[in-house]
Each structure stands twice: as structure tokens, then as C-alpha cells.
Design a protein. Structure first.
Length: 642
């Protein structure tokens, strides 16, 4: 029996759909034959022409481990993401920059781009995280692996790391036609390993200024794309400090696009701006007609990207803040702002305010802690009528260790972290001898008295272990620990401490296993300088005594103002640092930073302490018969119970 079959593809339908017209002389054609020809037609038909957003809408599934709304991806949920993703498909665009807040889905954009190239346009890719451990590994295990697992079109192309035949590792995954390598900006070897067509750089403002001794990690990563005419370089980050932010610099050299929405009243397009948000009714004022319009109504409009420099088409740069996010409501943003403002005004602590500016508004932080000039600090000195002025509720001490001496400052703290310099002194001696350290212990055990005759002991002492006589410091701390003394070690995080909070972490990784708090000294100096600039007595204000026996002479007072923030260029990248002024000792500033860390570690309840002090109770003295509750092994607390 003769059979004749003709296959035609209709030009009027989606490329995924093939219309089979089958002509036959008889009606006995088998279903299997029909299915065979249908499969052949699908195999030879060209793939659909998809952009990154179209691919994501069709194939991407959000994983339950990392998504608040797991399930099928839908770009319409956050429409500002569409043009960012689809700019990858524009052959004229080589660089894409996203300077944004948190909570706008920027990591998901990176994942969608990776998925698109694995499945639809195979290419060698490099993903750069700030560090190999933990950030690169965490990104691979917690974000990339679940995406591959949950997207059927990807799971068949990238084998699981546990599969013996996969040849894949946590930081390197292969697929037909390409591979994806996840690297750390702190590892020059991982940045220089192989040529790539697509490089995606996440959180660039957290990159070190240099990858080892090899130079700027951003430049190293970009060099990997040199051999490809159709290269793409994507940089994503929340910004950090003004003048040192790499993502801000990249944004300003591109199209500088803002997500704009139409006013429901006058129809004019405008960006979401924090300065036009009204707290009382949770609205944003239209910059043209002045109407107060609710969050819901603003977000109903069909937004679009508007570029300040559309002529820079080759480098598209986008800015987003959290006001545009569908996952965050404005009332919660307002609450976060009020908390940050309260912390700044009452305690002189800028960390929450800085975090808000960076991670909610997606803007750079312009440092406010410029300190006060020497003359104003000298002129504010006052005469104390007793060792402890009224208002002091808790005492801390700090110790700076030099080759031939200790420098010690004792500080009293009151409500709102108002502070009183109590004693500044130098203790000279041979620090290789234990007796010198015994003298230090005796100084730290001193009682300090109010005019009423009641007294306080030092609640916590921080001693610097990172400079001179480190081993001797550890030995001393071990002895103090056995005696139950509240003396802890501290160590600066290092040169690259931008963005690190004052109390970074607690470590016992030393030869004696003693407690050492790792400090973000840049943050500490900014807090101190902000408090020194407070002009009115009250929260955050710094008092200094003029009494000759207290040690706060002109040299010490100028030492509090011994450093200034400067911007320098290293490997073509701007960064800020604290630089010592010529001819001035900086031990007083260091000691005040350590004291600030001590009171932060204590986290005192000033309400409780005020009642005890007014009652004349020296709460640091042990009551007879009081036993200390033993802490379970392996537990840690930053707080100290007073």
C-alpha cells in the first residue's frame, strides 16, 4: 500500500507549533507514523526568538528556599525588571549597571540571565561575588543550584554536583556549549582562570580594592571578556560611601536611568523620591501638581525607564529604590527611617541611618562624622566636682598597648550615650614582666566615687591585642578570665573595614582561646567623630574635665581629633580611609573607639542602672553568696549582665 505524506510549517503560528498537513491515498495511516513526523518537524524548526524576560516568564520557577512567592516567574509582578533583563539582548549594549536598594529582586535578575544563557544561548560565564567563602559558595548552593533543579529546561543540561559523571563542582558547572564559574573578588586565581563571554558582578561595592596583589578585581574580571565581540558585562550592587562607591561611578558613566511612574492626577512621569513621601498619610506628593497620592495608586501606573543620558546607549545604567518594590510597603519603610533617625539623634550612632540610605534608598552615604575642631573641644572642658559627675551610670575602660607603656582611658556613660571622660593616664614599665601587667590589673580594679560618696567599678575593659605584645595580652586575658574579670580583647578588622559594623564578631581563634572582639574601626571612628561634633549637652555629647589630675591636657584633646577621612585612588578605584594628621598622636582616638565598643558590647539598660545609681548601689560589686551561673559550652553572648 503506497502512502504519501507532506509536512508544511505554517508561517502564521508560533514557532513552537507546527501544522502538519497529511495527504494520503488511504485512511489507514498509523498514529505512530503521524507522531514521528510531528517530532521531526519540531526538531528541524528554529527555536523561538526569546528575550531574557520572555525566557524567564516561560521557563523560570522560583525556588521555595529563596523566594517569598515560590512558583512560576512573572515579570509583571515587578515590571521594572523587564527592560533591565532585555537590555542583555540588545546587540548595541555591552555594559549593564544596576545601582539599587535591597528588596527589588536584583539577585533574581542575575539568576534569570544565567538561566537564559545556559538554556537558550550557551556561553562561558563568570559570576563574581565579593568573597569565595562564604559568598561565592553560598550563592552557588543556595541560589543557583535550586534554580537549576526547579527549571526543567536547565536540570537536564547541568548535572548535579553529586553525580560522578557530572564533572561539576560547587564553583564550576558545565553545560552543552558553555560553563558557569563562580568566583570571589578576593581570589586572583579564580578571576584569571579562563576567557568568558558573559561576566556578572554582584555587590561590587563590597569587593576589595585589589584581588591579592593582582589589582582591581572588576578590571580583572572584565579582561576575561576581551576575545568576544558579543560580550556582556553586568554589574549589580547596593552603593556604599559617596566618593568611594564603585557602583555609583559606573552608574554615572552610563545612561543614568530612573524608573518613573505617571501621576494618577496629571499624568506626568516622575521617579519615586523619598523627599516627597509624607509620613502622616503615607503618600508621595506629585512633583508637578502637588497632589498627595497613595502608594497603591502610584504603583497602578504603567512605569517606564527615563534616561538622563540616552546617548550613552552602549552602557545602560539603572537606579532603583525600595519605594518601587512590590514586596515592601511604604509604612514599614517609614518606620525603619524613624528608628534610624532616633538612633542617630539620641545616640549619635549613624550605622542604621547609613544602612537605610544604602539598602532602602539605593544611594551613597555621605559621611557626617567630621568631628569638631581642636579649639571647640578644648573650650568645652569643665571642672568636675567629684571623680564621677552626675549623669554617669556605667563605666568602661580601654587600654592601648605600646612597647614600653599602657595608655588607659576610663569613660562614664549616661542616657543617650552622653559621655564623660573620667581618667586618661599612661602606665610605663617593662611589658615583658608579669608585674607590669599586675599593675594594670590593679588600675582597672579601682573604684570611682560620686560627690555623694557612692561609687562605681569599671563594668567592662577592652584591651587592644592587635599591635604590640600580642602574646603577653593573651596571657593577661587568660589570667583575667580565670579570675572572672570583665576584660576582653579587641582587634581591628583590618585595612578594608568599610561597611563593617563596629562590633563585627567575637573570636576565640588564638593560641590561648581567649575572647577577642573583631571591630570595624572605620565605623567606630565615624561614631566617635559624630559624637564629638554634637554641640549641645545631652544625648551623644562628649564631656571632658579640665581638672589637672584627670589627664585631659591639650595633647590628649587634640589626639581625639587626630585623624581625618580622605579619598584615595588605588588600582584605578577610589576608596576612603582614615588618615592620621601629621605631628599628632592618635592613641586618644583609638581608646575612645575601644570605649565605644565596650559600651556597645555591654548594651546597658540605662533605666535599670539609673535606679541603682540613685539608690547608691555599686552594682558591680559582688553580693555575698552570689554564684555565677555557668554558661553552657558553645554558647556566646555579646551582652554583659550588670
Amino acid at each position: 500500500m503506497s502512502r504519501r505524506v507532506k509536512i508544511e510549517q505554517s508561517p502564521l503560528v508560533n514557532p513552537d507549533t507546527v501544522i502538519l498537513k497529511i495527504y494520503r491515498k488511504d485512511r489507514g495511516i498509523e498514529f505512530k507514523t503521524l507522531k514521528l513526523f510531528r517530532n521531526l518537524a519540531k526538531a528541524v524548526s528554529p527555536p523561538p526568538v526569546l528575550t531574557v524576560s520572555q525566557w524567564a516568564d516561560r521557563y523560570r520557577r522560583l525556588s521555595p528556599e529563596s523566594a517569598a512567592e515560590p512558583g512560576q516567574w512573572n515579570t509583571d509582578r515587578a515590571p521594572y525588571q523587564r527592560e533591565i533583563m532585555d537590555s542583555v539582548n540588545d546587540p548595541l549594549v555591552e555594559d549593564i549597571v544596576i545601582m539599587s536598594s535591597a528588596q527589588v529582586g536584583k539577585t533574581e535578575l542575575i539568576l534569570n540571565i544565567i538561566g537564559y544563557y545556559i538554556d537558550y544561548d550557551p556561553a562561558p560565564m563568570l559570576v563574581v561575588q565579593p568573597t569565595v567563602k562564604p559568598m561565592a559558595e553560598d550563592f552557588s548552593k543556595d541560589r543557583l543550584a535550586p534554580m537549576i533543579r526547579d527549571a526543567p529546561t536547565l536540570a537536564g543540561k547541568v548535572h548535579d554536583v553529586k553525580s560522578r559523571a557530572s564533572g561539576n563542582t560547587i564553583l564550576h558547572k558545565t553545560f552543552p556549549g558553555g560553563h558557569v564559574t563562580i568566583a570571589g573578588a578576593n581570589s586572583p586565581s579564580s578571576l584569571a582562570s579562563r576567557p568568558v563571554r558573559i561576566v556578572l558582578m554582584d555587590e561590587t561595592d563590597r569587593y576589595p580594592a585589589s584581588a591579592g596583589t593582582e589589582g582591581n578585581p572588576i578590571k580583572l574580571a572584565e579582561k576575561r571578556t576581551t576575545n568576544f565581540w558579543n560580550k556582556k558585562k553586568i554589574k549589580v550592587s547596593t552603593p556604599t560611601i559617596k566618593g568611594a562607591s564603585q557602583i555609583e561611578k559606573e552608574f554615572q558613566s552610563g545612561t543614568m536611568e530612573e524608573w518613573c511612574v505617571p501621576c494618577p492626577c496629571c499624568g506626568k512621569y516622575q521617579p519615586y523620591e523619598w523627599g516627597r513621601v509624607h509620613f502622616s498619610d503615607v503618600t508621595m506628593e506629585c512633583k508637578y501638581c502637588g497632589e498627595h497620592i497613595s502608594e497603591f495608586d502610584w504603583k497602578q501606573g504603567e512605569g517606564k525607564w527615563i534616561a538622563a543620558h540616552p546617548e550613552r546607549r552602549r552602557k545602560r545604567s539603572f537606579h532603583l529604590n525600595e519605594l518601587a518594590s512590590p514586596w515592601t510597603h511604604w509604612d514599614s519603610i517609614i518606620r525603619e527611617w524613624k528608628e534610624a533617625q532616633k538612633e542617630y539623634k539620641e545616640n549619635g550612632d549613624v550605622n542604621k541611618l547609613k544602612t537605610f540610605i544604602n539598602t532602602v534608598l539605593g544611594e551613597t552615604w555621605e559621611p557626617r562624622g567630621k568631628g569638631a575642631d581642636d579649639d571647640s573641644l578644648l573650650s568645652r572642658r569643665e571642672r568636675y566636682e567629684a571623680e564621677l559627675p552626675e549623669g554617669v551610670l556605667v563605666l568602661t575602660a580601654s587600654v592601648d598597648v605600646q612597647d614600653d607603656r599602657f595608655e588607659i582611658e576610663v569613660v562614664g556613660w549616661g542616657r543617650g550615650f552622653e559621655s564623660w571622660g573620667v581618667k586618661y593616664e599612661k602606665l610605663s614599665g617593662d611589658l615583658d614582666k608579669e608585674e607590669t601587667w599586675d599593675r594594670l590589673e590593679a588600675r582597672l580594679d579601682r573604684e570611682f566615687y560620686f560627690a555623694s560618696g557612692s561609687s562605681l567599678l569599671i563594668a567592662l575593659t577592652c584591651i587592644d591585642t592587635g599591635g604590640h605584645k600580642t602574646t603577653e595580652c593573651y596571657k593577661f586575658l587568660k589570667r583575667m578570665e580565670k579570675k572572672g574579670k570583665r576584660i576582653v580583647g579587641i582587634k581591628g578588622f583590618g585595612r578594608e573595614s568599610q561597611g563593617i559594623p563596629l562590633i563585627h564578631k567575637l573570636s576565640t581563634n588564638n593560641e590561648y582561646g581567649v575572647k577577642v572582639f573583631i571591630l570595624g574601626v572605620d565605623s567606630g571612628k565615624e561614631i566617635v567623630m559624630t559624637r564629638l561634633s554634637t554641640a549641645d549637652e545631652g544625648p551623644s555629647y562628649c564631656h571632658f574635665p579640665i581638672n589637672g589630675d584627670r589627664g585631659y591636657n591639650e595633647t590628649v584633646i587634640k589626639g581625639f581629633n587626630s585623624e581625618q577621612r580622605v579619598t584615595e585612588i588605588r588600582d584605578g578605584r577610589a576608596f576612603t580611609k582614615w588618615k592620621k594628621k601629621a605631628g599628632i598622636r592618635n592613641e586618644p582616638l583609638d581608646l575612645r573607639v575601644y570605649n565605644t565598643a565596650a559600651v556597645e558590647i555591654l548594651r546597658p539598660d540605662f533605666d535599670v542602672l539609673e535606679k541603682k545609681v540613685k539608690a547608691g548601689i555599686n552594682y558591680m560589686k559582688k553580693s555575698p553568696g552570689r554564684t555565677k551561673k555557668k554558661r553552657r559550652a558553645g554558647t556566646m553572648s555579646r551582652g554583659v549582665e550588670l
